[in-house]
Design a protein around this ligand. Structure first.
Ligand SMILES: NC(=O)c1ccc[n+]([C@@H]2O[C@H](COP(=O)([O-])OP(=O)(O)OC[C@H]3O[C@@H](n4cnc5c(N)ncnc54)[C@H](OP(=O)(O)O)[C@@H]3O)[C@@H](O)[C@H]2O)c1
Length: 223
């Protein structure tokens, strides 16, 4: 299988890349930093890894990436994300613009360009790495309005694309990776990136129903 993983240079994206490679897959690691040591080391260890430059907040970069990509993709994991800590009534307008560009539009427009370039294989999967903070049903408060609002919108992207891709038999779902020890999740997070990644790659192999929202253990979540 060929995986395409965005934000693959660190955190959950890097752990997903390693786990997918460990299971014998090819991985296209999309990153703003193709010279990053983490990925170069992996590549030099003989892994079936292709490193490509992609800034998901930049539409031109998405177009360039999608047209230059030489492989068909079985599993697309829209993982790249940003989080700014902001609460009402001290919200920062620019945080919302940036969060939407990365967390919502990055996933949506990358999927669109890959589809238009015929790079998404029939019978494949599109996995949007979302967050429980994007669940409207579970929202009582949040550490970040811009994050929660952009991830709730990403859940809508999942739902809409799941209907569109029925014809192609491409399964689309959202995954909450848990609270994970990364730059974003912080040191106090209880889950290691490797454990979250194992769960998500398991889901990429097992999920057979489209248009759902799961956590990394496979438990279904409410939108
Ligand atoms: N950690 C958690 O507890 C947690 C919980 C729920 C959901 N999530 C979600 O899980 C995903 C991964 O999070 P993480 O914890 O691994 O975060 P992280 O350690 O902060 O890593 C974020 C990744 O996204 C990339 N990225 C950011 N902006 C980008 C852009 N414009 N174009 C391309 N790549 C970009 C970063 O690349 P650079 O190095 O270039 O910045 C980095 O690889 C995110 O979608 C996040 O919202 C995380």
């Amino acid at each position: 299988m060929t995986y395409l993983i965005t934000g693959a240079n660190r955190g959950i994206g890097l752990a997903l890349t390693k786990e997918a490679l460990k299971r014998g897959n090819k991985v296209i690691a999309a990153t703003r930093k193709p010279k990053e040591e983490n990925l170069i080391k992996l590549k030099n260890s003989g892994a079936d890894l292709v490193i490509m430059e992609l800034d998901v907040s930049d539409y031109d970069s998405i177009i360039r990436f999608s047209s230059e990509l030489k492989y068909d993709v079985d599993i697309l994991i829209n993982n790249a994300g940003v989080l700014y800590r902001d609460r009402f009534p001290e919200l920062v307008y620019e945080n919302f613009i940036s969060s939407f560009k990365v967390n919502t539009l990055g996933a949506l427009f990358l999927t669109q360009e890959l589809y238009k370039n015929k790079k998404l294989r029939q019978g494949g999967k599109i996995i949007n790495i979302d967050s429980i903070l994007g669940s409207i049903s579970n929202a009582s408060g949040t550490t970040s309005y811009s994050y929660s609002v952009s991830k709730a919108a990403l859940n809508m992207v999942t739902k809409l694309l799941s209907s569109f891709f029925l014809r192609e038999q491409i399964i689309v779902f959202s995954v909450h990776p848990g609270w994970v020890k990364t730059d974003m999740g912080g040191k106090e997070a209880p889950i290691e990136p490797e454990d979250s990644a194992k769960g998500i790659i398991d889901l990429s192999e097992k999920v057979s129903e489209t248009g759902k929202f799961y956590d990394f253990t496979g438990r279904e979540l409410e939108w």
